[in-house]
Design a protein around this ligand. Structure first.
Ligand code: SF4
Ligand code: SF4
Length: 383
């Protein structure tokens, strides 16, 4: 075990100087969702960081890569230690030593070679463009009111595609002129893997695209929103373009009476799952609730863990590209949703919907019979 002040200082900077505040109470380990399925060792990881020691224990290295960066540990830390940033810092150091979760390595190579982390080619992007053609005029002289930035998974994942389509259809039916950008990876997986040099290079690619836009940019993915609003500006990639998450625009349009919603024949009891990045990292918690509460005939019920106290679906921190072993986190969340007695679970993230839809196939639900994204729910109730 080698103590290094250089490593310690590096991790200290990563944590915005909060690393030294840890007094080893263990709350982070107790609340980390990974503790449910294995020994999470989070407190121990922070101790390693305080000594500047790079863990060699395989189990600890595995946890460093299994962390979903959900931020639950930070909510419970009495000293406000920025634990996910320390974990990203360790990932950065491990990546430099070529010690990576092999799925992450493969994902990064696909992103490097194909331009997206899924490995699809230009033919699939073309197909996607054609599938959305009915929603906007590609060659129009009119400046769009809104430009939609959809997740790169939209090209290959029907769940994600449905979300982008719903957001776009909603805006179109309200009379707005929209444009959908060709899906472009926001670089979240590079950031989560701690590949800083690659991220800095990638930041320029993002900047080249968004700096040319002259309309409000609507993000669909909370991860994209976080990258554009927080991570890239810290790397010096700043733009004057207004960037707004789609749940925020929905609330704004409902408040201005531009969206009129109707009731349904069947009783709908809805519970909302806060995506970690939307709730804990970006503090967007009121907007989706306000949208749901404005749907006539809908009863809204909260889960035990909600808002900044939400439970992770298991996909964050680049985990959507990896395997989840043991009992999956989505299972715990579905159980909580079912315990509310709601018949519908809604959320606002393509990865969360994907995780829950997949888990639902093997989960015996008592009440939940529909998992949907908020944009789809609103579209289905538009007058
Ligand atoms: S909860 Fe905070 S203070 Fe307690 S062990 Fe974890 S990082 Fe340290
Ligand atoms: S970010 Fe989430 S998964 Fe990672 S250590 Fe904290 S609570 Fe655990």
């Amino acid at each position: 075990m080698r103590i290094s002040y250089e490593i310690r200082d590096r991790l200290m900077r990563k944590s915005s100087n909060t690393l030294g505040l840890c007094f080893q109470c263990g709350s982070c380990t107790a609340t980390c969702p990974l503790s449910v399925t294995s020994s999470a060792y989070i407190r121990k990881i922070i101790k390693y960081a305080q000594y500047g020691v790079i863990p060699e224990d395989e189990k600890i290295i595995e946890i460093l890569w299994r962390c979903t960066t959900c931020g639950m540990c930070v909510s419970s830390c009495p000293r406000g230690v920025d634990i996910p940033s320390i974990i990203r810092g360790f990932r950065e150091i491990l990546s430099e030593r070529r010690i990576q979760d092999h799925r992450i390595t493969e994902t990064l190579w696909r992103l490097y070679e194909a331009g997206n982390p899924w490995g699809y080619g230009s033919g699939e992007i073309k197909k996607f463009r054609l599938s959305m053609k009915d929603l906007f005029e590609e060659k129009t002289s009119h400046k769009p009111d809104y430009i939609i930035y959809s997740c790169c998974s939209t090209v290959i994942d029907p769940v994600s595609q449905k979300m982008t389509r719903s957001v776009a259809t909603l805006l179109k039916r309200l009379g707005f002129n929209i444009k959908i950008l060709d899906p472009m990876c926001c670089g979240d997986v590079i950031y989560e893997a701690g590949e800083i040099a690659f991220l800095e290079e990638y930041a320029q690619k993002i900047f080249d695209v968004i700096s040319r836009l002259d309309s409000t940019l609507i993000t669909v993915s909370p991860h994209t929103h976080y990258m554009l609003k927080r991570v890239y500006p810290e790397l010096g990639v700043k733009t004057n373009v207004e960037i707004i998450h789609y749940t925020q625009i929905l609330k704004e349009l409902i408040d201005k009476n531009k969206i009129k919603l109707r009731s349904s024949d069947r009783e709908t009891v809805v519970t909302y799952h806060d995506p970690c990045y939307l709730a804990r990292y970006l503090n967007i918690v009121e907007e989706p609730r306000s949208v749901i509460e404005n749907i006539p005939g809908v009863k809204f019920v909260e889960m035990e863990h909600s808002r900044e106290n939400t439970l992770c679906c298991g996909a964050g921190g680049g985990r959507i590209f990896s395997e989840e072993t043991g009992v999956r986190l989505a299972r715990y969340r579905l159980k909580e949703a079912d315990d509310t007695g709601a018949n519908m679970m809604t959320t606002a993230c393509q990865f969360c919907v994907r995780m829950f839809v997949d888990e639902m196939k093997i989960f015996s639900s008592k009440y939940i019979n529909n998992i949907t994204d908020l944009s789809e729910l609103i579209l289905s109730r538009l007058e």
